[in-house]
Design a protein around this ligand. Structure first.
Ligand code: B12
Length: 147
C-alpha cells in the first residue's frame, strides 16, 4: 500500500491572534510526516475558502484559543462547506473554543451541525494524529483501488 504524505491545511480563526498554537501544531504535524500549509492567525473566511480551492488539502485543521473559536470555527466551517468540492474534506477543530463550562464538548454539537467533522480538546494531539493516520490510510486504499 502506497502511503503518500497528507496535505494538511492549518489555520487560525478570523478573530484569533494567537500564533504559537499554530507553530506548535505545524511542527508536530510535520514531525508526523505530513505536508503542512499554515495560513497563520486572523484568517478571514474568504481567504480560508480560497486556500481550500487552491491547495485541495486532504484535511483542514482549525485551531483557536482566544475563546471565540466556537463561533468563528462554526462560521468558517459553514463557509468551506458551501462549496461542494469540499463535501468530503475532513474539518478538525480544537484548542480552547470558549470561556465557560466545558467549552469544546459543550459547543461540539453546534460545530458539527455547521460541518465540522471532529471537535478535539487542547490535549488531544494523539487523537488528531490518529484521525490523520486514518485519513492517510483511506487515501492510500482509494489509490490502490484506482490502480
Ligand atoms: C501569549 C498569549 C497571548 C498573546 C499571543 C501572542 C502571539 N503572537 O501568539 C497576546 C498578548 C496577543 C494574547 C492576546 C489575547 N489573549 Co491570550 N494568551 C496567551 C497565553 C499566555 C499563551 C498562549 C501560547 O502561546 N501558548 C503556547 C501554545 C504552544 O500553546 P496553546 O496556545 O495552548 O496551544 C496548544 C493547545 O491549545 C493545543 N491546541 C491548540 N489548537 C489545537 C487544535 C487541535 C485540533 C488540537 C488537537 C490541539 C490544539 O495544542 C497546542 C500545543 O499544545 C495564553 C495563556 C496560556 N498560558 O496558555 C493566553 C490565553 C490563550 N489568551 C487569552 C485571552 C482571553 C486573550 C485576549 C482575548 C485578551 C484580551 N482581552 O485582549 C487576547 C485575544 C487576542 C485575539 N484577537 O485573539 C485566554 C483565552 C481564554 C479562554 N479561551 O478561555 C488565555 C487562555 C489566557 C487566560 N487564561 O485567560 N494572548
Amino acid at each position: 500500500m502506497t502511503l503518500r504524505r497528507l496535505q494538511v491545511l492549518l489555520t487560525g480563526t478570523s478573530s484569533d491572534a494567537h500564533t504559537w498554537n499554530l507553530m506548535y501544531l505545524q511542527l508536530a504535524l510535520e514531525e508526523a510526516d505530513h505536508d503542512v500549509t499554515n495560513l497563520g492567525p486572523c484568517v478571514p473566511d474568504d481567504l480560508l475558502t480560497e486556500a481550500c480551492v487552491r491547495f485541495r488539502p486532504d484535511a483542514l485543521v482549525i485551531s483557536s484559543v482566544n475563546g471565540h473559536g466556537h463561533a468563528d470555527a462554526a462560521r468558517a466551517a459553514a463557509a468551506v462547506r458551501c462549496d461542494s468540492r469540499h463535501d468530503a474534506l475532513p474539518i478538525i477543530v480544537g484548542g480552547l473554543l470558549g470561556t465557560a463550562g466545558d467549552p469544546n464538548a459543550d459547543h461540539a454539537p453546534a460545530l458539527e451541525a455547521a460541518g465540522v467533522t471532529a471537535v478535539l480538546e487542547k490535549g488531544d494531539l494523539p487523537e488528531l494524529m490518529r484521525l490523520l493516520a486514518e485519513i492517510r490510510a483511506a487515501a492510500a486504499r482509494k489509490l490502490e483501488g484506482v490502480r
